[in-house]
Design a protein around this ligand. Structure first.
Ligand SMILES: [Zn+2]
Ligand SMILES: [Zn+2]
Length: 435
């Protein structure tokens, strides 16, 4: 179906690295050679919307990235309009969970855009279009969970924050001075690498990962309350309500168990962290099913770095990246993820975890390639079979299916069933379907 705008793909779909709506809108503007304001107005004009809450506001106001990640009237309307205009579903590009399951959390979203220069560097080297990840908008995440490097918010060369509506270059380059945003001018020392559990926001990263596997808005809205009550039941049964109340204050926990207070993201994180329940399970109302955690029955004082993934053998990521880059860019036929991993000397698990975007892309490209090859084989088989039964060249050959198969298999080397099906169709055509 033709769409009003070019279909620009939402990056990182189905992974914790999903692109944010403001990033998508800015990228769309670049793809259409437009500035963000004109693009918004065009979409508003092309996609009639019943809410019309944008009417007139677009000219008056520049929407900042943080206005575009929290669900609400404006964002819902933009998600709807852009999904319609580009044919690309965008529900998962915003922090929908803050509106449905978790009450209005304040201070969860940072102002403007933030980025990890190392991630931009990898996107550029691997030939992906640069984009801002949704998770980079979360104030609880101070560093890139992949590189452990601090996120930055302004071009180090000219101090531009990249939020302007005027778009002159790819997202990976500064809109003001053109410097690559993958370069840390001030450099970084190894002691600046972030390792603490809190600064990396590992619970939020894990949550994003799990949210990417479920449908947007599929979580029960009372999930957190259900978890609170199940946890209270559990600690009451073992006669340790003190542990339960200790997660926040007694009054606050009572208010939550009576549903008198909305649960913000920060509250959910604190309770889940202190009672040792995975954040996603807590939010999804599945705290009682994390029995392995609850059985300890003790207040969790997690040491720093407790939830960090510890790698037994340190991998040379730079070397691996180089090998991946070569394999992706230099081999003409799209290779399978398994083959790519063999060439780079890593497991498919490593590729899927460390470079989910590449992993999905390689799998998809190979799938498309296989499908295309399969179609080509079918066409080739069909052409050969028709030729066998109808062309002069084979006039002397007996017109039996068995003979056709024998002859064509030898000539074309096409797969058995592709050939047999094609021969059957040609044979039926020869005999006027009366077979
Ligand atoms: Zn990074
Ligand atoms: Zn700059």
């Amino acid at each position: 179906m033709p769409t009003a705008l070019f279909s620009v793909k939402l990056m990182g779909r189905g992974t914790a690295e999903i692109e944010s709506l403001p990033s998508y809108i800015h990228r769309c503007s670049i793809a259409h050679g437009s500035n963000v304001g004109s693009l918004l107005q065009t979409v508003e004009r092309l996609i009639p919307n019943t809410h019309l809450c944008l009417k007139g506001k677009l000219k008056a106001k520049n929407f900042k990235p943080h206005d575009l990640v929290r669900p609400g009237k404006l964002v819902d309307e933009l998600v709807y309009s852009f999904s319609e205009a580009t044919g690309e579903p965008l529900d998962s590009s915003v922090l929908w969970i803050l509106n449905t399951v978790l009450g209005r959390s304040q201070g969860e979203v940072v102002k403007g855009f933030r980025w990890c220069p190392e991630c931009f560097g990898e996107m550029q080297r691997l030939g992906f279009e640069s984009y801002f990840k949704l998770i980079w908008h979360m104030s609880s995440v101070a560093a890139c969970h992949i590189h452990r490097t601090p996120l930055i918010q302004r071009c180090e060369a000219c101090d531009c924050d990249q939020t302007s509506y005027k778009k002159v270059t790819d997202i990976g380059y500064c809109q003001e001075c053109g410097e690559s945003l993958s370069i840390r001018i001030s450099g970084i020392d190894s002691d600046q690498l972030i390792s603490s559990w809190e600064d990396l926001g590992n619970d939020v990263v894990q949550l994003f990962h799990e949210l990417s596997l479920v449908d947007a808005r599929s979580l029960p809205e009372d999930g957190p309350y259900k978890s609170v009550n199940d946890l209270l039941d559990y600690y009451w049964r073992i006669d340790r309500e003190d542990i339960f109340y200790g997660a926040l204050t007694r009054d606050q926990m009572i208010a939550l168990s009576c549903r008198d207070k909305s649960i913000s993201m920060l509250t959910a994180r604190r309770i889940a962290f202190r009672l040792g329940v995975p954040l996603f399970a807590f939010i999804a109302g599945e705290a009682s099913q994390t029995s392995g955690v609850l059985d300890h029955g003790l207040f969790c004082t997690l040491p720093e770095g407790y939830l960090d993934v510890k790698h037994k053998a340190r991998k040379d990521h730079v070397d691996i990246l180089k090998k991946l880059e070569c394999a992706i860019n230099e081999i003409e036929i799209p290779i399978t993820a398994k083959k790519l991993c063999q060439l780079a000397g890593v497991s498919t698990g490593y590729l899927a975890y460390r470079y989910p975007q590449i992993y999905k892309d390689v799998v998809q490209r190979r799938k498309n390639y296989d499908e295309e090859e399969h179609l080509k084989a079918i066409y080739r088989a069909q052409a050969a079979a028709l030729e066998y039964f109808f062309q002069e060249r084979y006039a002397d050959q007996p017109k039996s299916r068995r003979q056709a198969y024998k002859q064509l298999r030898e000539e074309t080397g096409l797969p058995k069933w592709t050939l047999k099906n094609a021969i059957q169709i040609a044979y039926e055509a020869l005999n006027g379907n009366n077979v």
